[in-house]
Design a protein. Structure first.
Length: 238
């Protein structure tokens, strides 16, 4: 995954999704922002203020929202975080001991309405903005520091056939919009579960996405036509 996530806060389907997931109490704080769209970027340039706002986690049995620096490798320095040198805004090799504890105990959820991918073709880098009419969910890992600050990484898996024209190295871990799975994913007491393992080994494209090449993710200005990426679930339902 290239490193851009967007969330349209006045998306008409956002509240319905949170109600469906049993997270309706998070709707007001999640959308309490003056901007109609929130745009998140990894902490390149060692900027700990580059965060994913409204990451959903569970602490002491209570689901809550946190703001986490989008770069897992951080360290505490006084009341702030210092961004480390390891490129860790995505968590891909989950067999590595580096991610082991977080995968067992610190799983989170990103609520988004769009994301950005890029791909080099020859000497030119092409950027693609993908957005859904319905909000979608992505899995994340996070750390909590003694000073109360958080850092995080978005989980990615091996490339997916539908994403390969836009990014052929990794694929974000989309989560099913089901209350059962969300409760399972966030439960810190469940360190290993066959349904979690099944998703990690066989990730799926849950949302329907529209994709277009853009000049920049921030502007969203299109270059060329917009195409449709169908959900993997549409094949199952046919």
């Amino acid at each position: 995954m290239c490193g851009y996530i967007g969330r349209v806060t006045d998306n008409p389907f956002l509240q319905a999704l949170l109600i469906q997931l049993g997270l309706e109490e998070l709707f007001d704080p999640l959308t309490d922002t003056p901007s109609e769209i929130e745009q998140f970027y990894p902490a390149f340039g060692s900027d700990p203020k580059r965060m994913i706002r409204g990451l959903i986690i569970e602490e002491e049995g209570v689901k809550k929202l946190i703001d986490a620096t989008w770069w897992f490798d951080c360290e505490q320095r006084g009341e702030e975080l210092v961004v480390g040198k390891m490129t860790t805004f995505n968590a891909r090799n989950l067999n590595s001991p580096y991610w082991k504890n977080a995968l067992k105990h610190h799983r989170g959820i990103v609520v988004a309405t769009e994301l950005g991918e890029s791909k080099w073709q020859g000497k030119k880098k092409h950027q693609y903005l993908m957005h859904g009419q319905q909000p979608f969910l992505m899995g994340a890992l996070y750390r909590k520091f003694p000073n109360g600050k958080y850092s995080c990484a978005v989980i990615t898996r091996d490339s997916h056939p539908k994403f390969e024209p836009y990014h052929d190295k990794a694929f974000p871990l989309f989560l099913p919009p089901e209350q059962y799975f969300i409760d399972l994913w966030l439960n810190k007491k469940i360190t290993v579960h066959r349904d979690i393992d099944a998703l990690l080994h066989s990730p799926k494209l849950y949302p329907e996405l529209k994709v277009a090449e853009v000049k920049t993710f921030k502007s969203g200005k299109r270059i060329g036509d917009e195409l449709q990426l169908s959900s993997d679930l549409s094949l199952i339902n046919e």
